[in-house]
Design a protein around this ligand. Structure first.
Ligand code: ISL
Length: 553
């Protein structure tokens, strides 16, 4: 039986501060804005907040390009505001998980400013510098954000590696001096009382330093084979664990493309690894060879298979996290549900899935009220470097703007970054000024205010589902067993713990599906459902039901 710990039992709420709430009218969300909403966060019934980066940054990648790990980005407020937020969360029994971006820094970080000055600079080896080859980059690696993963710096005539934007140079973890700096900055935040760390792109911190060309045009395969899971990864994680994490009661969750069910054990060693990882198996199902901007169709068969494979991996080793959306992906109801014809039912169904699976649930801000994708009318409206660079690359291939825009409106990260819709006022109660990113016009029908006192709302259902999970350890520690059904769109699984058995039935379709009553030959009690009343013979469009089996089954 797995050991009981807070981060296994927690439900985590992800806050993208830029879009959560603006307290000073500059149009950008800030720390005070979050503090002003702590009662709302507490009423959701959450246990922890994952805060996307709030450190000083030029914002090339909205904070994932850090220029000072020890100070707060001015737009977000001051260190005093941070301390006030942390204390406000702790007073409410809510823990804080900070986002730590140490695969790369900003090119405006003093380390890089020094490093680029000369080949003999003491900070030169804080980054990866290579001479060019055949008049071009040292190898053919593509960046996550389009173009080459190498940038020529004319000062020394060498190229530096940046797996993401050229303003995000990769840090050289081969250098013990860099690793020592990372240990110091982690201790700084943990000494302040931070309860956990989400480690950005942890899968890529160990580089294959021979930097040979990728032999595949499939971007996600290039990630797996060349960027992620490098030779010293386990060693670097173990070193952070022994020098820092083991000295604090802190939770660590690793993020990173390239982590697979097969290699997840390398990240999750109980003595020397991370506590958890995010798995992206389902998040790449609709990405073709070209990655995000090369969408392909996906199937529920594959979707279910991904969850089974990952649960198998985690049941043997470590602990997983469950999410269907975050700041890097489209809104979950637009991507996996039906935000046009079954917005309410599918929002509730997806919430049921995330909160009834084995693994720590991570809920992205706004998903608790069913926020949807936004429709950008032009690429200029995008505030995301990945989209802007993607458009630059698409233009080189002659892709028309409207065609690329359709892809961006389906898969782009802007979808997740529109301001949280607190009410139906001009800027949805997000800001008194002009928002950094436009508010979704559907704030008139989708907002916290319009749902807060409606017992049938997505928000109310979300709170009930959280309360159900908190009241029943079966949903946390119970086994997970998918149940085969005749219909591909029916996702059915059981959770069992301490002689109790629950069955979760999710209809990922707009059709009525004959309900396999064989599943419930015995008697059962409905614990929660997104429809009134249960027909029992037919599972209705986008119906979600959680049954507790009471009779013999
Ligand atoms: O790999 C991906 C599929 O497109 C994305 O999930 C994402 O770019 C990747 O997982 C890393 O994301 C993290 O690091 C990036 C930052 O832009 C993302 O916001 C962050 O979540 C670089 O720091």
């Amino acid at each position: 039986m797995t050991s009981r710990t807070w981060w296994k039992e927690a439900v985590v709420y992800q806050i993208y501060p830029r879009s959560f709430r603006d307290s000073d009218g500059d149009g950008v969300g800030d720390l005070k804005g979050i503090t002003q909403k702590l009662d709302y966060i507490q009423q959701l019934g959450l246990d922890a907040v994952w805060l996307n980066p709030v450190y000083k940054s030029p914002n090339d990648d909205n904070g994932y390009d850090i220029s000072d790990y020890y100070d707060i980005q001015a737009e977000f407020g001051t260190m005093r505001d941070f301390d006030e937020l942390l204390s406000g969360l702790h007073k409410r029994g809510i823990k804080l998980i900070m986002d730590l971006v140490v695969n790369h820094s900003s090119d405006e970080h003093p380390w890089f400013v020094e490093s680029k000055k000369s080949k003999s600079n003491p900070y030169r080896d804080f980054y990866f510098w290579k001479p060019g080859k055949n008049g071009g980059a040292p190898n053919n690696w593509p960046s996550f954000f389009g173009g080459s993963a190498w940038e020529l710096d004319i000062t020394t005539g060498e190229y530096y590696l940046h797996l993401f934007s050229k303003k995000q140079p990769d840090l050289n973890w081969e250098n013990p001096a860099l690793r020592l700096e990372v240990q110091k900055l982690m201790k700084f935040w943990l000494d302040k009382g931070v309860d956990g760390l989400r480690l950005d792109v942890i899968s890529a911190i160990s580089k294959r330093t021979v930097f040979i060309d990728t032999d595949t045009s499939d971007f996600n395969e290039t990630i797996r084979k060349y960027y992620a899971n490098g030779p010293r990864l386990k060693e670097f994680i173990a070193e952070m664990r022994s020098t820092v994490w083991d000295n604090y009661d802190c939770m660590t969750v690793g993020e990173g493309p390239g982590i697979t069910p097969e290699n997840s054990k390398d990240y999750l060693d109980s003595e020397k690894g991370l506590n958890m990882i995010f798995h992206f198996g389902h998040m790449f199902l609709d990405q073709g060879e070209g990655g995000r901007f090369d969408p392909v169709s996906w199937s529920m068969k594959d979707f279910k298979e991904v969850f089974k494979k990952w649960d198998d991996a985690f049941s043997k080793n470590g602990w997983g996290s469950v999410f269907l959306g975050n700041h890097d992906f489209s809104r979950m109801v637009s991507r996996w549900g039906d935000d046009k014809n079954y917005w309410e039912k599918s929002s509730k169904l997806l919430c049921t899935l995330v909160l009834s699976m084995r693994g720590t649930p991570f809920i992205f801000q706004g998903d608790e009220i069913g926020m949807t994708n936004i429709e950008l009318k032009s690429i200029k409206e995008s505030a995301d470097i990945e989209t802007q660079n993607g458009w630059r690359e698409a233009q080189k291939k002659g892709v028309p703007e409207q065609q690329f825009l359709r892809t961006v409106n389906y898969a782009g990260r802007d979808n997740a970054r529109t301001p949280v819709q607190w009410d139906d006022s001009a800027q949805a109660g997000f800001t008194a000024g002009l928002p950094w990113m436009k508010v979704n016009p559907n704030k008139t029908s989708i907002s916290v205010k319009s749902q807060q006192s409606d017992i049938e709302s997505v928000l109310s259902y979300f709170k009930h589902m959280i309360a159900l999970r908190k009241a029943h350890p079966l949903l946390v520690y119970g086994s997970y067993l998918p149940i085969e059904t005749e219909h591909e769109k029916l996702f059915v699984y059981s959770r069992e713990w301490d002689k109790e058995k629950w069955i979760i039935v999710l209809n990922f379709s707009p059709e009525n599906i004959n309900f396999p009553t064989v599943l419930l030959m015995g008697k059962s009690v409905v614990m929660i459902s997104n429809y009134d009343g249960i027909i029992g013979k037919v599972i209705r469009p986008w119906e979600a039901v959680v049954y507790r089996v009471v009779g013999k089954n």
